[in-house]
Design a protein around this ligand. Sequence first.
Ligand SMILES: Cc1ncc(COP(=O)(O)O)c(C=O)c1O
Length: 388
Amino acid sequence: MLSSRIQKIQPSLTLAINAKAIAMKKQGIDVLKFGTGEPDFDTPDPIKEAAKRAIDDGFTKYTAVNGITELKDAICAKLKRDNGIDCDGGEVMVSNGGKQALYNCFMAILNPGDEVIVPSPYWVSYADMIAVADGVIKTVDTTVNHFKLTAEMVEQAITHRTRAVILNSPSNPTGAVMTREEIEKIGALALEHDFYVISDEVYEYFFYGSTKPFSLASVPKMKEWVITINAVSKTYSMTGWRIGYCAAPRALIKAMGNLQGHSTSNPCSIAQKAALAALTGPQDCVKQMVDEFKRRRDYVHKAMNQIPGFELANPEGAFYAFPKVSACFMAGRNNSFEFSEFLLEKAHVAVIPGGAFGKEGDGYIRFSYATSMNDLEEGMKRIRAVLN
Ligand SMILES: Cc1ncc(COP(=O)(O)O)c(C=O)c1O
């Protein structure tokens, strides 16, 4: 017998296509995978060395639930330096990935029926996490505005049950980056209507245009209403290490710590030492990765717009292209799921159907360029060939 809570969670809609891609690879078919949500670079050596040292030094026991003091201090220093956010160790906590930070947050702020405004297309886990926390997702269609959420859209979605709005800039899956001005306007609505702004900044360094991501918690009057989520996962190519963090009002951090203490306890002691090395060590690895992603982004933007039926505005951030492909839909490939299956079967190219990111995404596919330039070139060639 399963609980009604667990039955609210959907199996990942992308699993089927991934499973098929893996099965095809096992049969010896050369499938190119563009579905991945992680950088293709190795974790930098100084970070790995710090983890090895932690093991050798016996730093292998439970730590404080909310993370070791040195790491929390390093997070505060980073938030001040890069984001302009003033906070101390009682206003931050470390979790097992940005995911656990978000999960803690929804569990701590939502009562049954509370609504969370989410710009759609959205990163899939938001919907399921909100559902598990007995909340209600209120999607706002951003396809009408180049995937950019506006204060006007948020205002129209506000009800007396609104508890939070999610900002995810740069965005997964669309790559959109919001302007400071728009974010501040949304902040003003949060103050007026008493709801939280959850600012998911895990792609903060991955931006390629003139719009620089902005952290709303840097505005002093907003601090009590903003929950900033981040992680070392994408920035330092550390997705498997599972270290994320959150900056939020003190009472909320305390409540989230209580939950974490009774679920996973502290994040991995060794990974915390690795994250400390990442945040306090040389940052040139980040710049190198961002420069390489920009080169690939430029290539993908140009190449995709040469594919008949594909339409792609230049993605400003993250490492995803989210082209509109509905002009390629026809019998047998009439939505993003069927179209992605078609690409997998005919071109041996795996992408994620846009519909997996909310119904507003269904005319699109998500294509990750966190893969080698060779694979990108070959992938574009294959897609062009099957659509001609
Ligand atoms: C938008 C967004 N937020 C949060 C996360 C969570 O990252 P992690 O739990 O790997 O730190 C991801 C990972 O894919 C993401 O895309």
